[in-house]
Design a protein around this ligand. Structure first.
Ligand code: C5P
Length: 237
């Protein structure tokens, strides 16, 4: 597994399958988000597992601790590799989520729990004004990463630019999964804190998520290969 998770932000399974088949992207790590999961439900996970994809199920749970715990119990049964929640839900919610993932009725498969700190589409002004969180994005990201670490999460979803600080503040083995990745020629869309796969690797991130840079590319197969090349060798051709 190369730790490059392709964001399958497609409206349904048929278009997802077609994209994967046409571009010969068999068995690569993938991220399933709300759009696809809420359309297809559990069957999309079963289909992807049958095709040997590692799966990050990106549903970003945020609710009262008991509800999140029960939801995580059900998600554990899907035996995906990663699930996530919003650290803004608080320490108790994170603890309960972990408890749900590890409960006896859940399978013995170990699904890792990631916490979203501050979404990579949020800049400081929006964070201060809309969320009324004081300080810089980095200060808040580090705070939420520590909260997640202290309450049993396996890692965080964060920007590439925050990886080093998070590893220092939590510990080296605390996982970082970073979206907001762009290949050099693509636009930034709605992501504010972006970086290339090579830069992400150099910052020490454990895994990256790439969506539109590949799915909207003229040649997705080549774009994916470019991402792999940059991730593995630190440069692209
Ligand atoms: O197309 P793009 O590469 O921007 O896709 C990024 C993916 O990562 C999207 O599916 C988005 O929902 C997700 N994501 C994110 N920021 C986070 C967590 C997840 O962009 N903090």
């Amino acid at each position: 597994m190369n730790n490059i998770f392709l964001a399958l932000d497609f409206p349904n399974w048929e278009q997802t399958r077609q994209f994967l088949d046409e571009n010969n992207l068999h068995g690569i790590p993938v991220k399933v988000g709300m759009e696809l999961f809420y359309k297809e439900g559990v069957s999309v996970i079963e289909n992807l597992k049958d095709r040997d994809h590692a799966i990050f199920l990106d549903l970003k749970l945020h609710d009262i601790p008991t509800t999140v715990m029960r939801a995580m119990k059900n998600l554990a049964a899907l035996e995906v590799d990663y699930v996530n929640l919003h650290a803004l839900g608080g320490g108790q919610m994170i603890q309960k989520a972990k408890e749900g993932l590890q409960s006896k009725s859940a399978s013995s498969h170990h699904t890792k729990l990631l916490a979203v700190t501050i979404l990579t589409s949020t800049d400081e002004q929006r964070m201060n004004k809309d969320l009324r969180l004081k300080g810089t994005v980095e200060e808040n990201v580090v705070h939420f990463a520590k909260l997640a670490n202290d309450n049993g999460a396996d890692g965080v979803v964060c920007s590439v630019h925050e990886v080093k600080k998070i590893k220092q503040s939590c510990n080296e083995s605390f996982l970082t999964m970073t979206p907001g990745i762009r290949l050099r020629e693509s636009t930034s869309d709605d992501q504010k804190r972006i970086a290339t796969p090579a830069f992400a690797k150099a910052q020490g991130t454990d895994a990256i998520v790439i969506g539109r840079s590949i799915t909207k590319s003229q040649n997705p197969k080549n774009a994916y290969a470019q991402a792999v090349e940059e991730w593995e060798n630190g440069t692209s051709k």
